[in-house]
Design a protein around this ligand. Sequence first.
Ligand code: ADP
Ligand code: MG
Length: 481
Amino acid sequence: MIDTKATSGLKDLWVNVLTRIEPTITRTNFVTWFQKTVAIKTTKKGSLVIGVPNAFAESWIREKYAVKILQAVKEVDEKIDGIEFEIVNRLADKENIEGVDVSTISSRPEKKVRKVRNKSEVCLGNGVRSKILNPRYTLDTFVVGKDNRLPHAAAQAVGKMPGGIYNPLYIYGGVGLGKTHLLQSIGNEILKLSPEKTVRYITAEKFVSEVVDSITTRNMAKFKAQYRTVDVFLIDDIQFFARKNSSQQEFFHTFNELYDANKQIVLTSDRPPSELDDLDKRLTSRFGMGMVTEILMPDFEAKVAILQSKCMQNGAIVDNEVLEFIAANVNSSVRELEGVLRQVLAEAKLENRVATVASSAAVFKKLFKAKEIIGYEIDKKKNEGIATTSRDVMEIVSGYYRVTMDEILGEKRNREVLIPRQVCMYLIRHELDESLEKIGGDFGGRNHTTVMNACKKIIQKLDKDQKLVKDINAIKREMGL
Ligand code: ADP
Ligand code: MG
């Protein structure tokens, strides 16, 4: 029977602990790593066992937050003098509500109770709303590494207090580094805190085409009114204004009126204001009046954190080694980082296997033909030590699980030999591409449906069983894959 009293005591304890941790780390990290965590029990030895949804969360939390957690736990209950982690896969289910909902824990009281209304909508004034902001682009989903702390902090400040000292806020940086994400986060944050505000997000390109349209249709007055009544004006990729003189002119007036009325303006561009050579100097000098901040390619650690958080968002389990491999090989943009991960996951799914360094290397080879791949020799297969026959696989698996070849080939169905046998069949089928019939034959004349069922079992388990994922990855490495 579940002791509900004890469970609710543990829940209170955990909420208390989280409430202490929350103000000491960034909101993003707090939400990313503590969502779906739960206090499971206290052990006889006096440790608190913390449930986490997967192995990434476990290793990350252990490495970064164990000390903080232990401190907070001791403050709440001095009898506890240690912490342990346990992976509880079901916590990762979207529907699961066992874990504490960390969005209700906040040192900013106004956030705690405020209902988010029309989060993804932009108010265009006169009660007209349109879905323009991407609800995925929030400050919480933006991973903060050491190189983008400043733009994120500025966005946070503007989100909290539009029209304050960071006005205008000018964010610049290369393609795919998160400018649009941050810009829209500001809009989402402002609408979350003040749903009555009118936020306008537009790309400079769209602005130009609207100016052109309103000139041809003689609707300039309406156009002007639409922009000059907003509370917050978010304009993306202003380098696009280069040499579009009438649009620049119109933008200049809009900018001035909004600025004079203390309305918040946020701009993004691919370069700093001083390098916008083809823009009117009167404009570019105004861009620098508030805060100018550069967004950079995240460092290795932050790249891995971004990949981990994308995996968490998608409920995908990927070995850390694979994520590190992807992070080491993508230096151009976060968009590309996401793209490679998506591709690696899609291919693994299609082929019913887990993503490995080898399969990721193959994706790289396909996507970027000429590129050098760090951390993996693509021609490794040619080296010695590669498993090429059923027998090789059986030997490696038998060594890994410490069962004999006779047991693998035999009839016994106890767990200790059944899993290695199924793993063998799965690997031979999926990595060596042998036919079900041939594998049946190699296993002492078994029927092909037996082999098929074994493969199915493993595939089903791979979705839930983190240990099996690790085991198979380790075996594949031994196979030279
Ligand atoms: P830009 O506007 O600079 O070209 P985007 O804002 O479109 O780039 O970002 C590209 C992709 O990368 C988006 O899916 C975005 O969510 C993601 N991204 C960029 N930076 C981060 C970050 N620090 N944390 C999480 N996701 C990020
Ligand atoms: Mg963009």
